[in-house]
Design a protein. Structure first.
Lengths: 113, 112
């Protein structure tokens, strides 16, 4: 298995633009998570899905952020409009309920200028 | 307030030496505690997960301890290698679910 796959690895965009981050979880995993990591705040859980259904989005910072999981093998995190303070590394992770260990992707480094 | 505090913030050791990283938490209730290793530019990778009843758990040269009474955990690395250079993150789950509380991490540098 290739693990959790995220794209792009790096994204540089101008303030006000829409940004879409993509994630392919490990096949068979029923939980998917989106995290944000910054130097100031460390790792923060933004939202997680179970069987493609959003369970808890209380970590999503603002209405500018939205996440979808149209099927078991794909999820997106969208920021519209983007702001410089959104600059961070965004991680996607997946897990099986019985394991309770999340397997992380390599992250997308987002820079908003 | 649920918090996870790690110390030291950063650490430099010589290759072959041992080191111990600390994690103190004020999370309540408590279900489990995990240690993750994060290499630069990569996602975190799980090292250990410990529940309330476990005191010690090893994973190769990594040994985690847990004292649920004092709400402290440590990660001991034996015979350090250059590849151990990474951030080590302590994560606590209050209820066994996925709303976990992350520590800020300890940045370890192993020098030749």
């Amino acid at each position: 298995d290739a693990g959790v796959i995220q794209s792009p690895r790096h994204e540089v965009t101008e303030m006000g633009q829409e940004v879409t981050l993509r994630c392919k979880p490990i096949s068979g995993h029923d939980y998917l998570f989106w995290y944000r990591q910054t130097m100031m705040r460390g790792l923060e859980l933004l939202i997680y899905f179970n069987n493609n259904v959003p369970i808890d989005d209380s970590g999503m910072p603002e209405d500018r952020f939205s996440a979808k999981m149209p099927n078991a093998s794909f999820s997106t995190l969208k920021i519209q409009p983007s702001e410089p303070r959104d600059s961070a590394v965004y991680f996607c992770a997946s897990s099986l309920l019985g394991w309770r260990i999340a397997f992380f992707g390599q992250g997308t480094r987002l820079t908003v200028v | 307030k649920n918090q996870v505090e790690q110390s030291p913030q950063s650490l430099i050791i010589l290759e072959g030496k041992n080191c111990t990283l600390q994690c103190n938490y004020t999370v309540s209730p408590f279900s489990n505690l995990r240690w993750y290793k994060q290499d630069t530019g990569r996602g975190p990778v799980s090292l250990t997960i410990m529940t309330f009843s476990e005191n010690t758990k090893s994973n190769g040269r990594y040994t985690a301890t847990l004292d649920a009474d004092t709400k402290q955990s440590s990660l001991h690395i034996t015979a350090s290698q250059l590849s151990d250079s990474a951030s080590y993150i302590c994560v606590v789950s209050p209820d066994g679910g996925f709303k976990t509380i992350f520590g800020a991490g300890t940045r370890l540098f192993v020098k030749a």
